[in-house]
Ligand binder design. Structure first.
Ligand code: CA
Length: 200
């Protein structure tokens, strides 16, 4: 999954990034609300972890704007708000503005990762019909997916993922999926597409 952390406490932000990358996510970090809004306008994140106390545009404003723009972008992105201890009003206000969950600092890493997993599960379950292709559940069917789109979906900002690396990953994926009868076709010059599933 693709996650965005908006947190101006640099050690906390990089600690969270490391933990969540360890869980297999692509994680981007920004310390500024303005930059978070730009990123969210250009890219699709599966979850945003948002600190309330940010310089200039604070977390409430980021949340308000994210929620105002989410309808146009195909479903709201789950937002987990981080608040300072004792700031009960902040929690209430965050939830009123459409936050999906909150954590009070300081918190334990296992609790954060558990809440992230729960939020991602919930949003996947509500994310429209799942399409089953043989034994596999899919997000894109009957569409050619370009290498650039794959890079965009799986790489964080700092990751240097080349089209060649995507070829390597797709070839590994093929060797895992083909025994189950699922075939990924290369559409030369465009990208990849699943072949129609034929149960054997
Ligand atoms: Ca802060």
């Amino acid at each position: 999954m693709r996650l965005l952390i908006v947190e101006d406490d640099a050690p906390l932000a990089s600690g969270l990034q490391r933990i969540l990358e360890g869980e297999g996510h692509a994680v981007d970090v920004t310390s500024r609300g303005e930059e978070a809004m730009l990123a969210a306008a250009q890219e699709r994140f599966d979850l945003v972890i948002l600190d309330i106390g940010l310089p200039q545009m604070d977390g409430f404003e980021v949340l308000r704007r994210l929620r105002a723009s989410s309808d146009a972008k195909g479903g709201p992105t789950p937002v987990l708000v981080l608040t300072a201890r004792d700031a009960v009003d902040d929690r209430v206000r965050g939830l009123d503005l459409g936050a999906d969950d909150y954590m009070v600092k300081p918190f334990a890493a296992p609790e954060l990762t558990a809440r992230v997993r729960a939020l991602l599960r919930r949003s996947q379950a509500h994310g429209g019909p799942r399409i089953v292709h043989g034994p596999v559940l899919l997000a894109k069917v009957e569409k050619i997916v370009s290498k650039e789109a794959i890079i965009q979906a799986v790489a964080g900002w700092g990751d240097d993922l080349s089209p060649n690396a995507i070829e390597v990953y797709v070839s590994r994926l093929r060797s895992k999926l083909e025994p189950a009868g699922v075939k990924i076709r290369t559409v030369r010059g465009f990208g990849y597409m699943l072949e129609e599933f034929k149960a054997s």
